[in-house]
Design a binder for this molecule. Structure first.
Ligand code: HAM
Length: 416
């Protein structure tokens, strides 16, 4: 009896060939933008002490209160699969003293993140981000650089139909002043208990409430942007000046609320036009108190996380990526034992020289092997039989034009 098949857990994103080619392209485009700005790789565990996220990300957030994959490990410790990257980066920076070196510490990362959300198009329980963090300095030019890196990453992919929303959450003084008025305003609303509790933890969360009655009630709520003190106003004005200089267009959205509690000062989100409900392709901002909250010095930082899955969906929606296929340089079809040995040697030599070379396996007849070569999307094909072995030359067939040319085996590398 056939055994039952096992399926992937619900709501995870998976990338198989040929679509994985496009996924790789999207991810690498986003990473390249960070690399050319001098950011260096930080590779961290996908699981951390649960407290890192409850303290770092904040208990008023959906991410912490509803969406974490938390479990007890074999030693009875509470472990959580990382729902985001910033808290872990900050943990590592403090633990390994990167904040005592050259500042800002400029780091990038790429990998899987986990949130137990209700799965839908563009929203997964395991998803991929490329992120950067610049930690240790509070300079508006860094804010602009971070935003510019994200923008450059999306442009490298070729994306056009997205917009950038920015706002400022100000410094602690500005937020305190706003909080007094906002709480007073919220006290006049008729809220259920859960919502009131949320508001007590972080009243800004109410701006993010999707229920129409709360939305309309919040329309008259005081906006943090109107409460910025002189220093915060100045910082935000500088960021905007730099963005203008870089010709990066943006919309100021004073009602934007990020889903994580650590944000202060400049915050931003990239929103794609063609993605429907899950349209946020990336976001980030400054986090003044995070390092201290996690037991480090009182230094500021800023960063972003870009959704690789959503950036890929966006690229497909814009028609930039239309089933890109894997392309190899050469496909070798050996006929016979001796030819197989020679083919292995040729392939290994060319691969060492950086060429992508595939071999026909399984001793199939020439016709079948040619079909596989065709399907493989190789740019060139050679058949290696007795005649080719004795003359030490092959017919190099260009699969695009169908034209063949005789080439000596030892000069294949130049011909390719
Ligand atoms: P975030 O806005 O929660 O920020 O996530 C960043 C991006 O990850 C989102 O804009 C979205 O594209 C993608 N994303 C989030 N959740 C999902 C999901 N369930 N399925 C698919 N894609 C998703 C952060 O995570 C912050 N750590 C960013 C940051 C870094 N802020 C400062 N530094």
């Amino acid at each position: 009896m056939a055994r039952q098949k096992i399926q992937a857990p619900k709501g995870v994103s998976e990338y198989l060939p040929p679509r994985s080619v496009a996924f790789e392209f999207v991810r690498n485009s986003l990473i390249d933008a960070a690399r050319v700005a001098g950011y260096q790789l930080i590779e961290l565990p996908v699981f951390e002490d649960t407290e890192l996220f409850t303290r770092g990300v904040g208990e008023s957030t959906d991410v912490v209160s509803k969406e974490m994959y938390t479990f007890e490990d074999r030693g009875g410790r509470s472990i959580t699969l990382r729902p985001e990257g910033t808290a872990g980066v900050m943990r590592a920076v403090i633990e390994h003293g990167l904040d005592r070196g050259q500042l800002p510490a400029k780091l990038w990362y790429s990998g899987a993140f986990f949130r137990a959300e209700r799965p839908q198009a563009g929203r997964y329980r395991q998803f991929y981000q490329v992120g950067v963090e610049a930690i240790g300095l509070n300079d508006p030019a860094i804010d602009a650089e971070i935003i510019a890196i994200a923008d450059a990453g999306f442009k490298k992919i070729g994306l056009k139909k997205y917009r950038l929303d920015i706002t400022s959450l100000g410094d602690a003084q500005s937020r305190a002043a706003h909080r007094v008025d906002l709480l007073q305003f919220i006290a006049t609303l008729n809220l259920d208990e859960a919502t009131s509790l949320r508001a007590a933890l972080n009243p800004l969360r109410l701006f993010d409430d999707k229920r129409p009655e709360v939305r309309s009630a919040m329309e008259k709520a005081p906006l943090l942007l109107d409460y910025l003190n002189q220093a915060s106003k100045e910082h935000f004005a500088q960021v905007r000046k730099f963005l203008d200089l870089l010709d990066i267009s943006y919309t100021i959205n004073p009602r934007m609320v990020r889903g994580l509690d650590y944000y202060t000062g400049t915050t931003f989100e990239f929103v794609h036009e063609l993605l429907g409900a899950q349209s946020g392709i990336g976001g980030g901002g400054r986090y003044d108190g995070l390092m201290e909250e996690l037991g480090g010095q009182a230094l500021s930082g800023i960063g972003f996380g870009l959704g690789v899955d959503r950036a890929l969906l966006a690229a497909e929606a814009e028609g930039i990526i239309t089933g890109e296929n894997f392309v190899s340089d050469l496909y070798i079809i050996p006929l016979g034992e001796l030819a197989k040995e020679k083919a292995l040697l040729i392939a290994s030599g060319l691969r060492n020289a950086g060429k992508v070379v595939e071999l026909a396996f399984g001793d199939r007849a020439l016709k079948g092997a040619m079909k596989s070569a065709d399907k493989s999307g190789a740019r060139y094909v050679v058949v290696l039989g007795d005649e080719e072995l004795s003359s030490e030359s092959v017919e190099l067939k260009n699969m695009n034009t169908g034209v063949s040319a005789s080439v000596r085996i030892d000069s294949l590398i130049d011909a390719l």
